[in-house]
Design a protein around this ligand. Structure first.
Ligand SMILES: [Fe+2]
Length: 696
């Protein structure tokens, strides 16, 4: 390799906190003496964030004999038998990095397939991993990837990965997945100890206890859960998760591209501030740094660690200090908060051939305080028995002084109650923070691939419902009559971030960007539809398409409602209980077609009739909602079309014994032809296999 190129890769590897491996020529048979000892590399191997010329490799080789470090050899080959080894290098593992190892392989040709493994000084070897490099930026061939999220290990089985592997192994080489995009909740930091689990179960799940008890754990939420209290506690989570055979096999088969969501740090946290039910704000700068460090150690991604050591994360010293002063985007100005957040910047962009610019944003580290859970709003809901939040109020509270182009109402009202608009002079909410937003919009405007794919851990579609159409007779006399128009089932993600979401979508429109598509997770359900700033009666003007992938394991809202109160008068909106004990998810119809549709189906069981009484003004942004779907999604793009498949499996309660990951519930495709500037995107839905039930 020319000296200049070598310097480039050396600099890159140093920036990424990785050891550099570059090609040796000619290719030669392995001379490492590798003998597989998976027990000595218990978390397997992984690769991540490939570009057209390099990819990061990862393993963990722990020692328990008191030493501080050891040296492994890494081998990269063009064949799984390692007869054509193209690169080898010594790579350190350190106790200080929890014995994890990050290696950047540089100087590889684009669109290549490679195998890699690690060997210790005694010849003990890791399992073999497979990885690929990205196609060159002008490569016109179609490209494919999968996107996944939410894999609570104590609550379910990772059958989705097994199915993905089974299908990919049988696919033609050109139809195989290039990478797996993981959109967060790779681990769940909230765990339960046996004594915290009532009857051993949660919903349909028998809870297991794969995670070692935290050394510094803390009980939260009325002693319902335990959460980590130290770096070692976060590491213990990754140790346990990566012992899962399906997850480990997936990491060994494809490069992953990972972005965290909330549970990689803390359930209800924002910036470095934790919140738990009933506890208020808890400054947690040290834990935010610990969570970042563990993520860095276990996710081989193109992110830059703090400090100057290239082999380990030099955690900045921070002190847990209350965060009180916030700037106009809600960013806490307290010095330790800023240091903790900046200890690892995970937002980044990747190019994959001619057709994919993938832009990943961080929804947790810069997000401002939630204005809808403030004390001031309490009087509006005093004595009110109605479980939905009005959409109008949700918009006013989100947008603050920006509401209605800078003309917010003086009062916030609900039914016959009103309060002073405490948000009238406050800035709009921000999910991304100022710096990330500038970066994100620049990436979008500068993207030149056919498809500009925004990977967001959080979903963007509105969670709108139309309780104004409920029959009055359905409500108990002491429930307030709903008169305020639409309501929302949730406002915690982009669906309730009206102002900032509109800024992003307006930027897409104003720049004439086509091929804008959002892939996301977190909702533990499958959604397909359009990206639009507003819904009727406002102008509905989609600027792109939006998808939410079902969870790998974590229980969704359907499962929760199945176990909810059977005698609630509103139950038929969510679940229809049949005489034979079956429970049907009318909530899919509720979100997609409105209350009349859900109630019609609950009483008649006739889907055509239910669709016929739907409210077409309520959710033109949706074409598919399955609140009980689990599995994964795949995306295939070329110069003309984006095809997104939802691969849905049965509720993953037990590990499937088959090599195919078990049965399929359905495979549904949403196909979007590339549109031209000024045109609206249109999607076509196809049920390729199985039965999507009430989701369509
Ligand atoms: Fe989740």
């Amino acid at each position: 390799m020319p000296a200049l190129e070598r310097r480039h890769f050396l600099k890159l590897a140093a920036a990424l906190g990785a050891t550099l491996v570059v090609g040796c020529s000619p290719a030669r048979p392995s001379a490492s003496g590798w003998r597989e000892r998976r027990d000595l590399f218990p978390q397997g191997v992984a690769s991540g964030d490939p570009d057209a010329h390099s990819v990061l490799l990862w393993t963990r080789r722990p020692y328990a004999d008191g030493r501080e470090g050891a040296t492994l050899q890494v081998e990269v080959a063009e064949d799984p038998a390692f007869t054509r080894v193209i690169a080898t290098a010594a790579a350190p593992v350190l106790a200080a990095a929890d014995w994890t190892c990050r290696v950047l392989v540089g100087d590889l040709p684009p669109a290549g397939e490679y195998w890699y493994r690690f060997v210790d000084a005694e010849g003990n070897g890791s399992r073999i991993g497979r990885t690929v490099t990205a196609p060159a930026p002008d490569d016109p061939r179609p490209a494919r990837f999968a996107f996944v999220s939410c894999q609570s290990l104590p609550e379910g089985a990772m059958n989705a990965y097994r199915k993905m592997i089974f299908e990919d192994e049988r696919a033609a080489p050109e139809e195989r997945l290039g990478f797996v995009l993981h959109l967060g909740d790779f681990i769940y930091e909230v765990v339960q100890y046996p004594e915290q689990v009532k009857d051993g179960k949660r919903y349909d799940r028998v809870i297991t206890f794969p995670v070692k008890k935290f050394a510094n754990g803390k009980a939260v939420a009325n002693n319902r859960f335990m959460v980590p209290g130290s770096l070692d506690d976060y590491r213990a989570l990754y140790h346990a998760y990566l012992l899962d055979p399906d997850l480990q096999d997936a990491r060994a088969r494809w490069p992953f591209v990972a972005m965290w969501d909330n549970h990689e740090f803390s359930w209800l946290a924002w910036q470095s501030i934790q919140e738990f039910p009933g506890e208020g704000r808890i400054p947690a700068q040290t834990l935010k740094v610990a969570a970042n460090q563990a993520w860095f150690e276990y996710q081989p991604m193109r992110v830059t660690p703090p400090g100057r050591q290239i082999t380990s994360f030099e955690a900045p010293q921070v002190v847990d200090t209350p965060v009180t002063g916030f700037d106009d985007t809600g960013l806490g100005q307290e010095a330790n908060n800023l240091v903790a957040i900046d200890s690892l910047i995970a937002y980044r962009a990747l190019r994959w051939g001619r057709h994919i610019d993938l832009i990943l944003t961080d929804q947790r580290s810069f997000r401002g305080p939630d204005p809808s859970n403030r004390d001031e709003i309490g009087p509006l809901f005093e004595g009110v028995r109605f479980p939905f939040f009005p959409e109008a109020l949700s918009m006013q509270v989100d947008s603050g002084r920006e509401f209605a182009n800078g003309r917010p109402p003086a009062k916030l009202s609900f039914g016959d109650k009103s309060i002073a608009n405490y948000r009238a002079s406050e800035p709009a909410q921000s999910m991304l923070g100022a710096k990330q937003k500038v970066w994100f919009l620049e990436c979008l405007r500068g993207a030149t691939a056919t498809w500009k794919i925004w990977g967001s851990s959080l979903g963007t579609p509105d969670w709108r419902i139309d309780p104004q159409n409920l029959p009055p007779a359905m409500l108990p006399p002491d429930w307030m009559k709903w008169s305020d128009g639409y309501a929302v089932l949730s406002n915690g993600d982009w669906g309730g971030m009206y102002h900032e979401r509109a800024q992003i979508f307006d930027a897409v429109r104003d720049a004439g960007i086509t091929g804008f598509a959002i892939v996301s997770g977190d909702r533990h359900s499958f959604w397909a539809g359009y990206a639009a700033r507003a819904l009727p009666p406002a102008a509905f003007e989609p600027v792109g398409v939006a998808f939410v992938g079902g969870s790998i394991t974590s229980p969704g809202m359907q499962e929760a409602y199945e176990h909810g109160k059977k005698d609630s008068p509103l139950r038929p909106l969510f679940i229809a209980d049949r005489a034979d004990g079956r429970m049907e998810p009318t909530m899919n119809l509720l979100l997609h077609h409105g209350v009349r549709s859900a109630l019609e189906y609950a009483s008649s069981g006739d889907l055509a009739k239910a669709h016929a009484v739907g409210n077409p003004q309520m959710a033109p942004h949706l074409s598919f909602v399955d609140m009980g779907g689990h599995g994964y999604a795949t995306v295939r793009v070329d110069a003309d079309t984006m095809a997104t498949d939802f691969v849905c499996i049965p509720r993953p309660i037990e590990r499937s014994r088959g090599v195919d990951g078990g049965p399929l519930r359905y495979r549904v495709r949403h196909e979007v032809p590339l549109w031209r500037a000024g045109e609206k995107p249109r999607m076509r839905q196809m049920v390729l296999e199985g039965d999507a039930g009430l989701a369509v």
